[in-house]
Design a protein around this ligand. Structure first.
Ligand code: NDP
Length: 299
């Protein structure tokens, strides 16, 4: 019975894109460059992470980011404010971090409590220290093709795609999701690689048919296993950004078991995009430190 199934399969099972391997490799490269900066220039990149409130998932993220920072030889600064802290207190902290020469990257963990205006907080971060890449200056730089800090999750996806596929030019990329932190910057990055890019969202008509035209399919929706096996063009590369906590544990936006029968390559959840996101945060902090050294060489 098993032999019959495998003989009937048109394509072999998709290759699994192991995000942990990519992330380890990137972290090693960052650590080497940090060691060189310290040895040759006495410069230690520093990343400040700010957490407001006690959200358990956010606390876990902040702790693991802090650990990862120290592991690559950077300096990690953690700032915790109470859930009731007024917006002014957070803005004053950001102003101090902006002015601190030992801090090259600033990350404010989202979501923020409801009484705080997230966009005002993100706008207060010095764009050259905005290692999350969420500041509108960095969004603008990305849109017009200028160098800047790029959001970590789409950056990680792009690095894996380029390593996997080489030249992306001319490929049709469908990005499902149009958020400012994943979908839109992902689409911009793929356009920058000369893909033909389609952005889909909740109002898109006949999403399955659209997805079937994708050489590269990025799922950034937040709906467990929404993307089915028969939505996939045979041989396509599928990147699953989704993180959904269900009764059965953590699942992505892609029906992994069905899609891997059709796709050429696919990222798993967990162990795909997630690990690369943290590694790209370190990469961005390094980039921010290098860029500042180029601007202020005698610091
Ligand atoms: P948002 O909720 O901000 O955006 C979701 C997008 O999906 C929206 O553009 C929405 O469309 C679209 N959408 C919703 N339902 C449908 C549907 N039925 N058909 C087509 N499109 C739909 O989410 P994020 O972009 O912040 O995150 C997306 C997922 O990625 C989440 O699961 C999140 O947890 C995960 N994530 C993972 C990260 C990682 O490190 N791996 C990092 C960041 C996010 P519309 O705009 O029309 O409402």
């Amino acid at each position: 019975m098993r032999a019959e199934i495998s003989n009937a399969r048109v394509h072999p099972m998709a290759q699994i894109i192991d995000g942990k391997i990519y992330a380890d490799r990137l972290r090693e490269q960052v650590a080497e460059e940090v060691a060189r900066l310290k040895a040759e220039h006495g410069l230690q990149p520093g990343l400040a992470v700010v957490l407001v409130g006690e959200d358990p998932a956010s606390s876990v993220y902040v702790r693991s980011k802090g650990k990862a920072t120290v592991e690559v030889g950077m300096e990690g600064f953690q700032h915790r404010l109470s859930a009731e802290a007024p917006q002014e207190e957070l803005l004053a902290l950001i102003a101090r971090l902006n002015a601190d020469g030992g801090v090259h990257g600033i990350l404010v963990q989202l979501p923020l409590p409801a009484h705080i205006d997230s966009s005002a907080v993100l706008a207060a971060i010095d764009p050259d220290k905005d290692v999350d890449g969420f500041h509108i200056v960095n969004a603008g730089r990305l849109a017009v093709g200028l160098p800047g800090l790029v959001p970590c999750t789409p950056l990680g996806c792009l690095l894996m795609l380029k390593d996997q596929l080489g030249d992306l030019s001319g490929l049709h990329a469908v990005v499902v999701g149009r958020s400012n932190i994943v979908g839109k910057p992902m689409a911009q990055l793929l356009l920058g690689e000369s893909c033909t890019v389609t952005i889909a969202h909740s109002r898109t008509r006949d999403l399955p048919a659209l997805c079937r035209t994708a050489d590269i399919l990025i799922a950034a929706v937040g709906r467990p296993e929404m993307i089915r096996g028969d939505w996939i063009k045979p041989g396509a590369t599928v990147i699953d950004v989704g993180i959904n906590r269900t009764g059965d544990g953590l699942v992505g936006d892609v029906d992994f078991d069905a899609v891997r029968e059709v796709a050429g390559a696919i990222t798993p959840v967990p162990g795909g995009v997630g690990p690369m996101t943290t590694a790209c945060l370190l990469e961005n902090t390094l980039e921010a430190a290098l860029a500042r050294r180029a601007r202020v060489p005698l610091e």
